[in-house]
Design a protein around this ligand. Structure first.
Ligand SMILES: NC(=O)c1ccc[n+]([C@@H]2O[C@H](COP(=O)([O-])OP(=O)(O)OC[C@H]3O[C@@H](n4cnc5c(N)ncnc54)[C@H](OP(=O)(O)O)[C@@H]3O)[C@@H](O)[C@H]2O)c1
Length: 312
């Protein structure tokens, strides 16, 4: 391939659940050159960059000289966000705004990962033009960040995704797999939510879609400003738990329904992201949940993540 057509991609949050499969795909694709930034898990090929420090971010951008930037770094846990909203806002809003402005100043188009928690669940499914009305601080932070990203450049784009899972070394890294912990850690009944409907989405599928849209993000032809990507199989947490524990050889009959709204940060009852733009671009390749979750759980088992959970 002509080196002039190679796209240089910078990725924040490269050590995270979504960042790892994205880095793997980009590193193995000759159309791209990639540099990833991380924080506590930096090292190896990942640069250590505190994205809440604008000078460090600018120095990194000037070193990498990307054509596009995929911004994944964030606090993604609504309950953690609610406990220390100022710290979370610094990461999710302030750092994102500074990054969006720094990218715009360098003519680097940015893809910002956002969430289905922008919506209140009153009229699911949602297209990207529907009005946002977040119910929790995490969703409000992502909305504020989206507005800042849009204001920084009309070539920046948002990609909203729902709950994700994928290859990992621990059950705790995803709100999907963490549901197994109670089954592993106790022998008795396990109370499981049947109130909220979720659309668990496989990180390698999201990473593949991102990889495919990067050329059009780079040349400014990607439709926007926001896009949706989501699996389309609806599940309650109980459904998800039963599928996972059956696969792991435990008794799913230990699950006991809890039909009350979950405690902690408020959540919408159901937010399905409709994905017509990604569909029109042919980017909606979705692995069925039962196949995807086996890959996820196998990776955690292979890494010793199931045994460690039993010892906790
Ligand atoms: N997980 C979900 O279910 C979900 C659902 C919807 C949307 N999203 C969005 O998708 C994106 C990716 O989520 P994810 O689950 O992959 O996140 P994650 O696994 O929690 O990873 C977060 C990443 O942010 C990095 N980070 C944290 N603080 C940083 C700092 N001060 N400076 C630099 N990097 C920092 C972390 O680096 P270290 O680990 O090296 O410290 C890590 O790479 C996020 O924007 C999230 O809001 C996620």
């Amino acid at each position: 391939m002509n080196t002039e057509s190679i796209i240089t991609v910078a990725v924040t949050g490269a050590s995270g659940l979504l960042g790892r499969p994205l880095m793997s795909l980009l590193e193995s694709d000759s159309r791209f050159r990639v540099r990833g930034a991380a924080w506590s898990r930096a090292g190896g090929s990942l640069d250590r960059v505190d994205i809440t420090a604008p000078a460090a971010v600018d120095a990194w951008l000037d070193d990498v000289k990307p054509d596009v930037l995929v911004h994944l770094a964030a606090e993604r846990r609504p309950d953690v966000y609610a406990k220390d909203p100022e710290a979370a806002d610094r990461l999710n809003i302030n750092a994102t705004e500074a990054l969006a402005l720094s990218c715009a100043a360098r003519e680097v188009n940015m893809l910002f990962l956002s969430t289905n928690y922008l919506f209140d669940g009153a009229s699911s499914p949602y297209i990207s033009e529907d009005e946002a009305n977040p119910l929790n601080a995490y969703g409000l932070g992502k909305l504020a960040a989206e507005l800042a990203v849009s204001a920084a450049s009309d070539k920046h784009r948002m990609l909203r995704i729902p709950l994700i899972h994928g290859p990992s070394d621990s059950l705790e890294e995803s709100s999907v797999t963490v549901l197994c912990k109670a089954f592993l850690d106790t022998d008795g009944p396990v109370v499981m939510d049947v109130w909220q409907t979720r659309y668990p989405t496989f990180t390698p599928d999201v990473a593949a879609a991102i990889t495919k849209l990067l050329p059009s993000l780079a040349d400014g032809t990607l439709p926007g400003p926001a896009l949706h990507f989501s699996a389309d199989e609806p599940f309650t947490k109980r459904d998800i738990g039963e599928i996972m524990v059956s696969y792991l050889g435990m008794d799913p009959a230990r699950a006991v329904d809890d039909s009350r709204p979950p405690s902690g940060a408020p959540r919408p009852k159901e937010v399905k992201l409709a994905c017509p733009k990604m569909d029109a671009m042919g980017l909606m390749k979705i692995t069925p949940f039962r196949d995807a979750i086996r890959i996820t759980l196998d990776s955690i088992r292979d890494a010793g993540g199931l045994e460690r959970s039993i010892l906790v």
